[in-house]
Design a binder for this molecule. Structure first.
Ligand SMILES: *Cc1c(COP(=O)(O)O)cnc(C)c1O
Length: 428
């Protein structure tokens, strides 16, 4: 569910008309719904409410300071993947003691920074990294809290670029090798405290099955590590999928209610009901690392149609946003619904919606039946709150778009649009 819907003939975010925002702030423009972000966080927090748990928001999905501040106010933890993300969390008022640090390639500078800030755990992805962490902690004369990421070799059944829990992925330590890694670490690494166990099998999972499979496979290992090494937490990762294809409709609770059990996408209630019984008697604190689920459907990218171009084979709607603003279609074959901000009539056309970038991969849809819209009109690329702005670049020397946070009837610029001078700053 989310805060985007047509009202009085125009698409709104909460109580704010997106047409007005596009006029005032220009396009391309990212717009986020604060109450959707809060609602998603609270739903997940409540679904796990009966067990000792913490929701650590995966910062990489959307790292705007105001988004992080919103979640810090909800008392969220944060899962970070770089020193830069830790810096952002601290600037936004987040608590470093609630931060976990993931990623396969942490540098000395990042490890030192995170140690000095007192993060909750380094989630390490190899024995080599664990030994390096021990060395850096030793040099600083401190003990580094750590968890090792286990690769459970479970197929998440998602796009290959966002599947992470199979043996052939670069992530984590093989399930069969991990007990020995903990045993050697306990014996040899005096500056590491083994605090937990971590896993994350992939992103945009729309079925509960891979989650259950991974939890059932890894639970005995978690218990073993608790008994032998006294670990206190198990992070089961993020990866909860969102609705992309019926994005606008899924804002309405009725849409969810109208679906039969088999056709309904994964809900948070289902996630909690399936996993809580399997997690509640382990005597471990359970961490979750959702990114996309919290912010994905809480954001849209507004773009204005510039031209309608008629080729011999196709009709192209050329818009002012490009793959540099939202790369998911080009990178992951990601699907974003495209909805005119002015409520459309019945007319539908099969078109390609393309950006201005000099790449054939620069499209938002191909051969898709869309509600018709004309040059000058603004359309919303739905479900753009996660892995949207954070992956934007200056490719083709295009300024990064502005970002707006809507909260009820208030709309605030939470990132200014870049200027051309901003783009060349630092160059000689
Ligand atoms: C990216 C990532 C997440 C978040 O994934 P989502 O699919 O956005 O929920 C969580 N944990 C780790 C380790 C990640 O790399």
């Amino acid at each position: 569910m989310h805060g985007f819907a047509y009202r009085h003939g125009s698409l709104h975010c909460e109580d704010v008309n997106l047409q007005t925002l596009a006029e005032e702030h220009g396009t391309p423009l990212y717009v986020y719904s604060a109450n959707t972000i809060r609602d998603h966080y609270r739903r997940l927090d409540q679904a796990l409410g009966s067990i000792d748990h913490e929701v650590a928001y995966a910062v990489k999905a959307n790292s705007n300071l105001s988004v992080l501040r919103l979640l810090a106010e909800e008392d969220a933890g944060f899962d970070i993947v770089s020193g830069g993300e830790l810096f952002r969390v601290i600037k936004a008022g987040g608590n470093p003691a609630k931060c976990t640090f993931a990623g396969v390639g942490k540098t000395r500078a990042e490890i030192e920074y995170a140690l000095k800030q007192g993060i909750y755990s380094f989630n390490v992805e190899s024995e080599e990294e664990l030994r390096y962490l021990n060395e850096v902690a030793g040099d600083l004369g401190v003990i580094a809290p750590a968890a090792v990421r286990v690769n459970p070799n479970v197929d998440a059944k998602t796009h290959k670029y966002i599947s992470t829990g199979k043996s052939e992925n670069k992530f984590g330590v093989d399930f069969d090798l991990i007990t020995d890694v903990y045993a050697r670490a306990a014996k040899e690494l005096a500056n590491v405290k083994l605090r937990g166990l971590q896993m994350h099998i992939g992103s945009q999972l729309t079925s509960i099955k891979p989650f259950i499979e991974a939890v059932e496979k890894v639970a005995p290992l978690a218990i073993h590590l608790k008994n032998i090494h006294g670990i206190e937490f198990w992070s089961i990762g993020g990866g909860i999928g969102i609705v992309y294809h019926d994005s606008l409709k899924s804002g309405d609770p009725q849409w969810w209610a109208s679906k039969s059990e088999d056709e309904r996408p994964l809900t948070i209630a289902e996630y909690g009901e399936a996993l809580v019984p399997r997690l509640q008697n382990l005597g471990l604190k359970i961490l979750l690392e959702p990114g996309r689920y919290i912010v994905g459907n809480a954001g849209v990218l507004l773009t204005r149609c510039l031209y309608e171009k008629h080729g011999t084979a196709k009709t192209f709607k050329v818009v002012d946003a490009g793959m540099n603003d939202l790369i998911r279609p080009a990178l992951y074959e990601g699907h974003h619904e495209i909805e005119p901000v002015k409520q459309p009539g019945e007319a539908r056309r099969k078109v390609d919606v393309v950006g201005p970038i000099c790449e054939s991969g620069d499209f938002f849809c191909q051969d898709r039946e869309l509600a018709d819209f004309q040059p000058g009109e603004v359309v919303a690329l739905m479900s753009a709150g996660a892995y949207g702005f954070v992956m934007a670049s200056n490719y083709n020397s295009r300024p990064l778009p502005a970002e707006i946070l809507v909260d009820g009837s208030a709309a605030r610029v939470i990132r200014q649009r870049q200027t051309l001078d901003d783009i060349i700053a630092g160059e000689v």
